[in-house]
Design a binder for this molecule. Sequence first.
Ligand SMILES: *[C@@H]1O[C@H](CO)[C@@H](O)[C@H](O)[C@H]1NC(C)=O
Ligand SMILES: *[C@@H]1O[C@H](CO)[C@@H](O)[C@H](O)[C@H]1NC(C)=O
Ligand SMILES: *[C@@H]1O[C@H](CO)[C@@H](O)[C@H](O)[C@H]1NC(C)=O
Ligand SMILES: *[C@@H]1O[C@H](CO)[C@@H](O)[C@H](O)[C@H]1NC(C)=O
Ligand SMILES: *[C@@H]1O[C@H](CO)[C@@H](O)[C@H](O)[C@H]1NC(C)=O
Ligand SMILES: *[C@@H]1O[C@H](CO)[C@@H](O)[C@H](O)[C@H]1NC(C)=O
Ligand SMILES: *[C@@H]1O[C@H](CO)[C@@H](O)[C@H](O)[C@H]1NC(C)=O
Ligand SMILES: *[C@@H]1O[C@H](CO)[C@@H](O)[C@H](O)[C@H]1NC(C)=O
Length: 598
Amino acid sequence: MMLLVFTLSLCVLKMGGVSASVTQATVQSELQCHDWGVRSEGSVRVYDGEVTYIYCPLFSPPTLYNYSQIQNSSQSLLWYRHTLTDEQEQPINLKLHTMHKDGEYLWIQPASAQDAGLYICMIRNISSCVKMGVKLEVVQKDGECNLTAQPHLNVTIPFQSERTLTCPDLNTLTLPNSTHSVSWSHLCRTREFRYDRELKGDDLVIYRMFEPFASLYMCVVSYQINGRKLQFTRYINVIPVVPDIGSKVPVILNPASDQIFTVTLGDTVTLSCRVHLPHLYGEKQYIWWTVDNTTVEQLADPRFSSPEDTLVSEDYGDEVKDRFLYVRDFSSDDLQREFNCSARNSRGFISSRAVLKTEPYVPTLELGCGLGVTLALMLMMFVIYHVFWLELLLLYRSWFGSDERYTDDKQYDVYISYARNSEEEEFVLSTLRRVLETEFGYSVCIFDRDSLPGGTITDDTLRFVGQSRRLVVVVSPCSAVRGTQALLELQAGLTSMLHGGSLKVVLIQFKPVKRKSWVKELRQARLALTLIRWKGEKSAALSSRFWKQLQLELPMRRDTQHKHTQLPDITQHTPDTHTQNARQAEEKLIHSYSTSVL
Ligand SMILES: *[C@@H]1O[C@H](CO)[C@@H](O)[C@H](O)[C@H]1NC(C)=O
Ligand SMILES: *[C@@H]1O[C@H](CO)[C@@H](O)[C@H](O)[C@H]1NC(C)=O
Ligand SMILES: *[C@@H]1O[C@H](CO)[C@@H](O)[C@H](O)[C@H]1NC(C)=O
Ligand SMILES: *[C@@H]1O[C@H](CO)[C@@H](O)[C@H](O)[C@H]1NC(C)=O
Ligand SMILES: *[C@@H]1O[C@H](CO)[C@@H](O)[C@H](O)[C@H]1NC(C)=O
Ligand SMILES: *[C@@H]1O[C@H](CO)[C@@H](O)[C@H](O)[C@H]1NC(C)=O
Ligand SMILES: *[C@@H]1O[C@H](CO)[C@@H](O)[C@H](O)[C@H]1NC(C)=O
Ligand SMILES: *[C@@H]1O[C@H](CO)[C@@H](O)[C@H](O)[C@H]1NC(C)=O
């Protein structure tokens, strides 16, 4: 309840305030007043205790009022202000000796902190009214001079040139009968200006501009009015610039005549234009890109964009600026277009074409992949070769090798030589012979089995060896024993081989045998011979290296070449009776055949 009453009373109060201001406004002007708001250029700043003026903003653009017209018409110019302490705008009391209206200016002599606020300039006659405000800031002045002060005026002076500096606003001060003085300082140092600089009346004359004369000048205008001492301070920033001599035509640094822009099709292409713009006083100079002599704006293609130029460096007024052209999804058609960067000022025009070249297509990813695949393939082939080289050789031989049976008239494929009564004997008779005969289908000659009783052992051995295409020697320490059958066979084989016979000797090592215990003949011939090692259980399977190596050394059998892959594993050492019988039959057949030949 209390709250409601409170809010209500607040509303009443507010409404009362509003109606009060409305009535006051009607008193002031019977018709509506056109309000231009507050000047956008910013506020007027004044040091506390110094003189300032406020120029009626209605006479500066964008409004088009003219003070001399107003003077002659029935219109009048009025000033109001709205300070921080005032609730509403108040007419300025011009009877106060600090406020002085002079034409379109309002002088405040001097300004104090409580003068800060909004100043409203109004032009009105009986029927109509227009107004616009401007802010006044009163800042405290610490010390006599401020090196980092915001300049009131920037003055550019070409080197070697003469220029007269006049304290800003001094000429605006049209107070009659005021005696005034102006003091000057450069970089906050009050000094006597000599030689190339001189004080001339109120002004400071620079006869020849030099670099040390640059930077901040401060001038303080002091005068008396009605016995009051008044002053205002102004800062001028002097900027030296290059003199206006020589060619002032812009120079395009980029794209240079010998420059080539590499572009990638499909990518966003960035073309940069860098132009040297010589200093020209108060002149706007232009840099732009054209595509086939059409500006980017005229082109109105969203693929093309060119933001405003940016300042790269500035040197005594000479500027270097960059302007970029971006082309999205650069196509091969764009390659045919003429991309020109142009620059213009009042002294001339220049244009330079950007020469484009497509980047050689470097498919980094694809290249990497290709390389990877190649490496992987090479690795694979390396592995394949090292793991399967035996198989590969066998395969090669099966395709391109020739069956020796058709080219010689030998009776046996293999003659197996071994030391009798040794560990090797068991291996030869139960495994080697069986596999060679039944699995690989070779005709095998084993002297003890195949020779006929009664013959001379030496002659028979030589004959049998001579009738064989291969001599497989199962190396054993016992084969070294002189005068044994094994040694005889070996000698026969080696002799036959070394004397250009068509016999080839293959060594099989059933058990590791020290090289020293080898017979002299074997040691001598070792390097020329292939040695195949039996690796126990590992070599038992028909698919083992041992058998493949052996097969490779033995004559090629075209018809049985592919058979071994389908063969059962021979690790089971007891072949069934069926094959045993077949083998026996075969043995008999060979036996009888050999006998008949003999
Ligand atoms: C104001 O009007 C007078 C006379 O009509 C003219 O000479 C003067 O240039 C005008 N001033 C401006 C700022 O338009
Ligand atoms: C204002 O009036 C004076 C004299 O009455 C005249 O000389 C002057 O030209 C007039 N100015 C304008 C802008 O009408
Ligand atoms: C008041 O000024 C406006 C334009 O500023 C003008 O159109 C109008 O005629 C003036 N009224 C009188 C009574 O002078
Ligand atoms: C000097 O002027 C700068 C900029 O107007 C201002 O920030 C700074 O406070 C002033 N320093 C003194 C000592 O007046
Ligand atoms: C003077 O130049 C400086 C730097 O270019 C700029 O920030 C400042 O607004 C200029 N002052 C005036 C009064 O033009
Ligand atoms: C200036 O002051 C002198 C006396 O000090 C006076 O005679 C003269 O009329 C004044 N001039 C103006 C324009 O007010
Ligand atoms: C470019 O176009 C302008 C006008 O659009 C023309 O004056 C100028 O001769 C043209 N330049 C070339 C090199 O075609
Ligand atoms: C483009 O620049 C070249 C010089 O690089 C110039 O010869 C050509 O006329 C320019 N084209 C246009 C359209 O301005």
